[in-house]
Design a protein around this ligand. Structure first.
Ligand code: BGC
Length: 378
């Protein structure tokens, strides 16, 4: 009997020690090869509360994110796939699930912009416009992953050199995107970039959240608040036409509203509907370049809450209007199965001198931070 007890004690100690050692660490494992044979890795980060995020160097992508509900059960709150080959597929099979978007998140009208009197032509990969960095944007680039242990928590830095002329953009752009999982249950994303020629940059993350758990249905019952009195109305190709107040429109999330409450007002019964739901850029209030609350989402049945903080002036709310694919474990993801809060500069800023500038010049450092923070509430 004594022997069994001491064996149990030893086992518990070993388990305890390894559990402690595991929290705060980054575990790197081989995930598969791309169709061209490049090795792709999964990086698993765990914090002291058991929150776990999995990232991959393919597109510096968030693959899964397990956060507790009000009973302490962990659930994966991001849409995604099980294999590298699924991530390699283009939109709409893979509508940028979890990916880092660059060089320019969102649209550039007509795939053209002029900088210092020189006109640059980019791919028109979204109707007449350029979207999310072009035909082979950062979603499909292979980053170098560097696991790190930081005072804030486990982290992975993803580095990528986007060559001069890639997808039509000028300048060699050296990019790093660092994901840190803190013990405050925050996924913190820090973007840095430098260039050797004047260029434009607008980096974001394209995670689709479902706080009830990925694959569990639609997100129409999530309550959402966005700290924005204004938004950028857009034409039928989703290019901004100016700035207007949200007051009196279904875009007024200055107080919490269910996503599904007024979404029907945005859906057109007749003809081609370019929106099919929320796909709008909000002009965040009081963004001075410091981190500030941008949005808060809550899912009542699980009590999960997500707060978004950013240094960026805007955020795109996209409610997965065109999503129709099979994700993790073959689960069907349909329209509204996840929502994105893509922190960003406003769409088409290179063609709107009145919008905050996205120009980056040699000697300057592009530096932005976005935090997705997870809490529970009764
Ligand atoms: C855009 C949508 C687009 C989606 C997937 C979002 O960021 O705003 O218009 O359909 O990405 O490509």
């Amino acid at each position: 009997m004594k022997k069994i007890v001491s064996l149990l004690v030893v086992l518990l100690l070993v388990w305890g020690v390894s559990a402690v050692a595991f929290a705060g660490e980054v575990e790197k494992s081989f995930w598969g090869n791309t169709k061209e044979g490049a090795p792709i890795y999964l990086y698993t980060l765990t914090n002291d509360n058991g929150v776990m995020v999995q990232l991959t160097n393919y597109g510096a992508t968030v693959v899964s994110l397990y956060v507790p509900d009000k009973e302490g059960n962990l659930g994966d709150v991001v849409l995604g796939f099980d294999s590298v080959s699924d991530y390699e597929k283009p939109d709409p099979y893979n509508p940028y699930f979890g990916a880092t978007i660059g060089r320019y998140g969102n649209r550039i009208a007509g795939g053209q912009f002029t900088l210092d009197e020189k006109t640059y032509t980019l791919a028109q990969n979204n109707g007449p416009n350029h979207l999310h960095g072009g035909l082979k944007g950062f979603k499909d680039q292979i980053f170098e992953g560097i696991p790190m242990k930081t005072p804030e928590g486990p982290a992975v830095r993803f580095k990528y050199l986007s060559h001069d002329g890639e997808e039509g953009y000028p300048g060699n752009l050296q990019v790093s995107v660092t994901f840190t999982l803190t013990d405050d249950n925050e996924l913190k994303i820090k973007y840095l970039a430098t260039t050797d020629k004047p260029t434009v940059v607008n980096l974001t993350n394209h995670s689709y959240f479902n706080l009830a758990g990925e694959g569990s249905g639609d997100i129409l019952d999530h309550e959402l608040m966005i700290v924005a009195d204004n938004y950028t109305p857009a034409d039928d190709t989703l290019i901004p036409t100016g700035i207007a107040p949200v007051a009196g429109t279904p875009l007024d999330f200055t107080t919490p509203h269910k996503i599904g409450e007024r979404i029907g007002e945005l859906i057109r019964e007749e003809g081609d509907d370019p929106f099919r739901g929320y796909d709008h850029n909000f002009v965040l209030n009081n963004q001075t370049g410091e981190l500030a609350l941008a949005a808060r989402a809550k899912e009542s049945s699980t009590g999960r809450v997500m707060e978004v903080y950013t240094t960026e002036p805007g955020v795109q709310l996209y409610t997965g209007n065109w999503v129709n694919t099979r994700g993790k474990e073959g689960k069907l993801y349909g329209q509204f199965s996840g929502f994105c809060l893509e922190t960003q500069h406003y769409p088409d800023s290179p063609n709107h001198p009145d919008f905050p500038s996205t120009v980056l010049r040699p000697g300057e450092v592009y530096s932005t931070v976005t935090i997705y923070k997870f809490l529970v509430e009764e």
